[in-house]
Design a protein around this ligand. Structure first.
Ligand code: FAD
Length: 512
């Protein structure tokens, strides 16, 4: 049996992996986490995907406990600003499209929708809640979508049936600390030390890591959570890394932590604002915003990017320290090599648009549990794991490239080049299809990657890639039910805006 796991790295990936494995295997598996006090965490990664709820449920953690301790906030979706032209915005919410008489409401919208307002306002309730900065819960704690307010208990991504309506924003360092406390209480051995050498046996498998002060640490399975450096998987085992920079050229970011002047003005969404050479995130935490400019250094220098960012979000606050980050965009050809599995930035990263880094960690650790090896390290398990991981990443890669291809903005060399850049195989075909009809489960990236067809359509329609014609069948159908559904969305949105507390008000209540 594999009895001991050694995780190197104590960022979000390391602690999520350690706590998840401990929850899954309890005392039947020894888990040691080694993290360096000298090498700092990446310090970003504060917006999530709605499926992260399954992670916290699996660990048995209650949002009302962990969220306030992690300076957390709610995320009902992403607000895309200026991706078409300055002053315009739309939402990509965590909300599936309703279906009327077998056709999605977006199909009906193409024929009968109110074209005087953006697609998302007509087809999703969430847009109204975002505009009014509402919390997704009433002051008594009940969820606005009552049918989804069940206690999932110990759940995983594979058990996801419905689209849960929100994700979280949180302070990445506080989440790591919270999970560390959770894990250490349950028996994780926590070693704060620098790994200086990775030992290999005659077959080249990892036998131990050597630390500066705690000597050798041996294990059966090693998890590389050392971030972009990939100390075990790349530096030691030489795993090949496939860059995505040909299709996703943003290779740098600069981040700022900005105190919110009016802390009560708290948005329940991430904002992604298009900039001259990339885009900027705004992530509202309970008392501050996380901001960052993601860009390609072929189009803007780090100094200029920092200047543009400061001007946009923190004019006059030269005291705030900027965190400049070089990003490794792409994935390991295989994230599991021999007895080493890379999870987190050491495995893959596809730039922060759509906030998928933590989702990849969650997906990887769930898949690791499902494919957990015994002492034979059967290659069928490893291969199956590697395929699942690669598909999830490649699907997200396609979805992100769509954002740049569909955006109408063309007012700088960066945005002009975006239209001319290469595309992953398959996406060109999907985008050509989207000119004549909406995408569906059969025509989006075919393997699990966390995004459903409604997301692909929400982005295409929001960015202005609208099918030339509605579905011909709809012209022969009675639209009464669809029109009633549009009216219902508007009325439900208004009623919820009246009934729900503001995002800040609700969070202040659970922060007491
Ligand atoms: P890190 O945080 O870099 O941690 C590496 C760990 O390894 C540290 O603890 C370090 O001490 C340790 N270490 C390194 N070398 C050694 C050694 N020799 N010995 C011992 N320990 C060592 N994801 C999202 O989901 N949402 C977002 O909004 C988002 N935004 C992002 C924005 C940017 C600009 C970037 C770059 C990433 C973003 N991500 C986001 C991704 C997210 O930040 C990561 O997926 C997540 O933080 C996990 O990082 P990590 O733990 O793999 O690496």
């Amino acid at each position: 049996m594999v009895r001991s796991v050694v995780i190197v790295g104590g960022g979000t990936a390391g602690w999520m992996t350690a706590s998840y494995l401990k929850r899954a295997f309890a005392d039947r598996l020894d888990v040691t986490l080694v993290e360096s006090a000298q090498v700092s965490r990446i310090g970003v990664g504060e917006a999530t995907f709605s499926t992260v709820r399954h992670f916290f449920d699996y660990l048995g953690l209650d949002e009302r406990d962990w969220l306030p301790k992690c300076a957390g906030g709610y995320k009902l979706g992403i607000r895309f600003e200026n991706w078409n032209k300055p002053g315009e915005h739309f939402y990509h919410p965590f909300e599936r499209l309703r279906v009327v008489d077998g056709f999605s409401l977006a199909d009906w919208w193409l024929l009968h929708g109110d074209r005087s307002q953006p697609f998302d306002r007509s087809c999703f309730i969430t847009s109204a809640l975002c505009e009014a900065k509402r919390a997704p819960r009433m002051m008594d704690g009940s969820l606005f979508a009552t049918e989804l307010d069940d206690d999932l208990g110990r759940s995983t991504l594979d058990e996801q049936r419905a689209q849960f309506p929100y994700a979280y924003h949180f302070d990445a360092d506080k989440v790591a600390a919270y999970l560390a406390e959770y894990g250490v209480k349950r028996g994780i051995r926590h070693v704060v030390d620098n790994v200086e050498h990775v030992g290999q046996d005659q077959r080249g498998w990892i036998s131990h890591v050597t630390t500066a002060e705690h000597g050798q640490i041996k294990g059966d399975l090693f998890i590389d959570c050392t971030g972009f450096r990939g100390m075990l998987i790349n530096q030691t085992l030489g795993a090949a890394f496939e860059s995505f920079e040909d299709v996703l050229p943003n290779n740098r970011a600069v981040a700022l932590r900005v105190p919110r002047e009016n802390s009560t003005d708290m948005a329940p969404y991430t904002t992604a604002t298009a900039m001259t050479a990339g885009w900027m995130w705004t992530i509202p935490l309970f008392r501050r915003n996380g901001n960052g400019y993601v860009y390609s250094d072929r189009f803007i220098s780090p100094e200029e990017a920092e200047r543009e960012l400061r001007q946009a979000v923190a004019p006059g606050r030269d005291d705030l320290e900027a965190n400049h980050i070089r990003m490794r965009i792409g994935r390991n050809r295989e994230s599991w090599v021999k007895n080493c599995v890379a999870i987190g930035l050491s495995s893959a990263f596809v730039e922060p648009l759509e906030s998928t880094g933590i989702f990849f960690v969650q997906h990887a650790v769930e898949q690791l549990v499902k494919h957990f090896p015994d002492e034979r390290f059967d290659s069928a398990q490893t291969d199956a794991y590697n395929k699942r991981i690669a598909h999830a990443i490649d699907g997200v890669k396609e979805f992100l490239v769509l954002h740049y291809k569909s955006a109408r903005r063309e007012d700088s060399p960066y945005w002009k080049e975006a239209k001319l850049r290469a595309m992953p195989d398959g996406l060109a075909e999907r985008l050509a299809l989207a000119e004549s009809r909406l995408l569906c489960d059969e025509t989006i990236y075919p393997k699990y990657h966390g995004f459903e067809s409604y997301s692909w359509n929400a982005m295409n329609l929001g960015l202005g890639r609208v099918p030339r014609e509605p579905q011909p069948a709809l012209k022969l159908m009675d639209p009464t039910a669809a029109l009633a559904e549009f009216a219902r969305i508007e009325a439900e949105g208004k009623a919820l805006v009246d009934a729900l507390p503001s995002c800040y008000e609700y969070l202040a209540g659970i922060n007491d």
